[in-house]
Write a protein that binds this ligand. Structure first.
Ligand code: BGC
Length: 358
C-alpha cells in the first residue's frame, strides 16, 4: 500500500516530466520517453530470480513497446502510469501506444514496434478474440511478449513459449463482490422478501473479467443459500457514463425493487452512484452498490459510505509482475504450456480498510 502511494506520487512526477519531453524519432508514438540507459537497477537480479537462476541475465536497458487497449480507461490509466514508472526506473526506453479500442489499429502498432526492433512487447489486447493473431505475429518476429489485463486461454498461449500473461483471476473479484453483499446486516435482502433483487452492470462481455465477475458475484450469494432475482443485466463497457445511464433507467423502471447494484468495475459504479443519488436513494440504507478496481474516486465513496465496497485490482502489483516476467523472458526464460499465467491477488475493500489503499 505504501508502495502504491509512492508509485502514484512517482508516476505523477514522471507524467509531468513526460509532458516536457518531445516525442522523438518520427514514430507515431502517443507517449514516448527515453530513460537514462545507464541504470538498469534490479533488472538483472529480478530476471535471474524469476528465471530460477538458470538463464542468462536480462540485457541492461533496452527498448520496450507497450500497447494499451485504450488510454481512455480509468483503471488502465493507473496501470499505464505504474508501468511507465517501473520501466523507466529500470532504465528502459519505453513507448506507449493507444489502441483506441480498435484491434486493427493495435495490430498496426504491434507491427510497427516489431519493424522498429523493440526488445520486448507488453500488450493489453483490444479483443481477446484476436489473441491467436497477436500471438502468431509476435512468435513470427521472435519477440518476448507479456500480455496483460485481458487473458487469452492457456491453449492459445501455448503456441509460443516466450509469452506470458500477467493479471488476476477474475473469479476471485466476483466472489469478493458477493461477499461484500453477504457481509451487510440483511445480506442484501433489504426489503425482507426472501430474495436479493439486483441489477448487473457489466463491462465489455468479450472480456473474461466481465464474464467471471458477473457470474461469481451472484454465485457467492447463491452458494451462501440466498435466493436471487436478476432484474436487469446490461453491458456498460467499463464506462462511467454508460453505468450512470443504465442505473438511471433501471431505477426509474424498477424503483425500490432494486436492492443491489453490481458493477463489474468502479468507473461504472461511480456512474451508478450519480444515478442513485439523483433518484433520492441512499447507499447502505435502501440500496447496496459494489464495484471492482479500488480507483481513488471509489475509495473515497467507500470511506464516505456512498459505496458498500469495492475490490482492489492491484495495478501496481500487476505492473511489477509484468516487468518481472518481461525481464525473465529477456534473460532467456521460456514458459511451458499451462504455466503461462501469473496471477496477482485481489483484495476486498470495505470502509474499515479503504484508507489503507488511498
Ligand atoms: C478493470 C476495468 C477495466 C478493464 C479493461 C478490468 O480488469 O476492472 O476497470 O476497464 O479491466 O480491460
Amino acid at each position: 500500500m505504501k508502495l502504491t502511494r509512492t508509485l502514484t506520487a512517482m508516476a505523477m512526477a514522471s507524467m509531468m516530466a513526460v509532458s516536457l519531453v518531445a516525442c522523438g524519432g518520427g514514430s507515431s508514438a502517443s507517449d514516448t520517453t527515453a530513460a537514462a540507459a545507464d541504470q538498469p537497477g534490479g533488472a538483472t537480479e529480478a530476471a535471474a530470480q524469476a528465471a530460477g537462476g538458470a538463464e542468462a541475465a536480462a540485457p541492461e536497458g533496452g527498448t520496450i513497446g507497450v500497447c494499451i487497449y485504450k488510454f481512455d480507461d480509468a483503471f488502465m490509466t493507473t496501470y499505464r502510469n505504474a508501468l511507465q514508472e517501473i520501466l523507466e526506473g529500470k532504465g528502459y526506453t519505453v513507448t506507449f501506444m493507444d489502441g483506441k479500442n480498435d484491434q486493427a489499429e493495435q495490430n498496426n502498432q504491434i507491427n510497427n514496434f516489431i519493424a522498429q526492433g523493440v526488445d520486448a512487447l507488453i500488450i493489453n489486447p483490444v479483443m481477446t478474440s484476436a489473441a491467436d493473431q497477436i500471438i502468431a505475429t509476435v512468435k513470427d518476429a521472435n519477440i518476448p511478449t507479456v500480455l496483460i489485463n485481458r487473458e487469452p486461454t492457456a491453449d492459445q498461449m501455448s503456441a509460443y513459449d516466450k509469452l506470458v500473461y500477467v493479471g488476476c483471476d477474475a473469479r476471485q473479484s466476483g466472489t469478493m463482490q458477493g461477499e461484500l453483499i453477504l457481509d451487510t446486516e440483511n445480506k442484501g435482502d433489504i426489503n425482507g422478501d426472501g430474495k436479493v433483487s439486483y441489477i448487473m452492470i457489466q463491462g465489455d462481455p468479450e472480456n473474461v473479467d466481465a464474464q467471471y465477475r458477473t457470474e461469481f458475484s451472484v454465485k457467492a450469494l447463491t452458494d451462501a443459500g440466498m435466493e436471487v432475482e436478476e432484474l436487469d443485466l446490461q453491458r456498460g463497457d467499463w464506462d462511467r457514463n454508460k453505468g450512470q445511464e443504465i442505473a438511471q433507467n433501471d431505477l426509474a423502471k424498477f424503483g425500490d425493487e432494486i436492492e443491489v447494484i453490481f458493477c463489474n468495475n468502479d468507473d461504472m459504479a461511480i456512474g451508478a452512484l450519480q444515478a442513485i443519488q439523483a433518484a433520492g436513494r441512499t447507499v447502505n440504507k435502501d440500496i447496496y452498490l459494489v464495484g471492482v478496481d479500488a480507483l481513488d474516486a471509489a475509495l473515497n465513496e467507500v470511506v464516505n459510505g456512498n459505496m458498500t465496497g469495492t475490490v482492489l485490482n492491484d495495478a501496481v502489483g500487476q505492473a511489477e509482475g509484468a516487468v518481472e516476467a518481461m525481464e525473465a523472458l529477456l534473460g532467456g526464460k521460456t514458459y511451458a504450456a499451462g504455466e503461462q499465467s501469473i496471477y496477482v491477488d485481489y483484495v476486498k475493500v470495505t470502509p474499515e480498510n479503504a484508507a489503507d489503499f488511498q
